[in-house]
Design a protein around this ligand. Structure first.
Ligand code: IPE
Ligand code: IPE
Ligand code: MG
Length: 227
């Protein structure tokens, strides 16, 4: 029987800093290795038939890290968007960003917007990057929007007010880097997601590790409250 492939996989890409520390490298080297891994991993996921890949790249809370680390991360984002928007366009992958772009440098958010625009026609997969993202912040924003409109919401119309409105809920959420927590990621959307925790630091999480997570997912029984 063919393996069941999750339609939407989200990854909490944690462990870049510890990966670098173990190798006596600066944290920024861990972030660079993580970025390279992220590019290859998302290609791999789409080649396996995943339609939506959502990657937690920077949380709203991460923005209170030291200036030096943030500068290194923003440089990597610049490089990523400058190089990859055209590559994604060519592959037919649409890029989408969720999170508060007001929290990041204006030139980076301009690149992000340009990348979204450039890849808008892609139909071969959706790559969503969560940058400056916080699940609680997103929910609060949606509540305020409903209040502003003077509309009562139900679960469906509320989902449509979130930044993930066009995405199905994640089927599988993978977290690398040993920790077993959600860290303010997709709080509303994860209601019936399957979770997979890997001990590996993100730069060491291979495509084969991803396949193991998918195989694990395929063997689960999703009951959604039923028997
Ligand atoms: C995840 O790696 C990437 C970001 C949060 C930007 P970390 O930077 O959190 O790495 P660790 O957890 O310190 O190892
Ligand atoms: C979660 O990692 C956020 C991202 C991977 C972008 P953190 O390193 O920020 O999570 P905590 O602080 O350990 O919960
Ligand atoms: Mg971390």
């Amino acid at each position: 029987m063919e393996e069941l492939i999750p339609r939407h996989v989200a990854v909490i890409m944690d462990g870049n800093g510890r990966w670098a520390k173990k190798r006596l490298l600066p944290r920024s080297a861990g972030h660079r290795a993580g970025m390279n891994r992220m590019i290859s991993l998302s290609d791999h996921a789409f080649s396996r038939g995943v339609e939506f890949m959502t990657l937690y790249a920077l949380s709203a809370e991460n923005l209170s890290r030291p200036r030096e680390e943030l500068d290194a991360l923003f440089s990597l984002f610049r490089e990523y968007f400058l190089k990859n928007a055209a590559i994604l366009e060519q592959k037919g992958v649409r890029m989408k960003i969720i999170g508060d772009l007001g929290l990041i440098p204006a030139d980076v958010s301009d690149l992000v917007r340009a990348g979204e625009e450039q890849t808008r026609a892609g139909t071969k997969g959706t790559l969503t990057l969560a940058i400056g993202y916080g699940g609680r912040q997103e929910i609060v924003r949606a509540v305020n929007e409903a209040v502003r409109r003077g509309e009562e919401v139900d679960a469906g119309s509320f989902s449509a007010l979130l930044s993930t409105a066009e995405l199905p809920d994640p089927d599988l959420i993978i977290r690398t880097g040993k920790e077993k927590r959600i860290s303010n990621f997709l709080l509303w959307q994860c209601a019936y997601s399957e979770f997979y925790f890997s001990e590996k630091m993100f730069p060491a999480f291979t495509n084969a590790d991803f396949d193991r997570a998918v195989a694990d997912f395929a063997a689960r029984d999703r009951r959604y409250g039923k028997i």
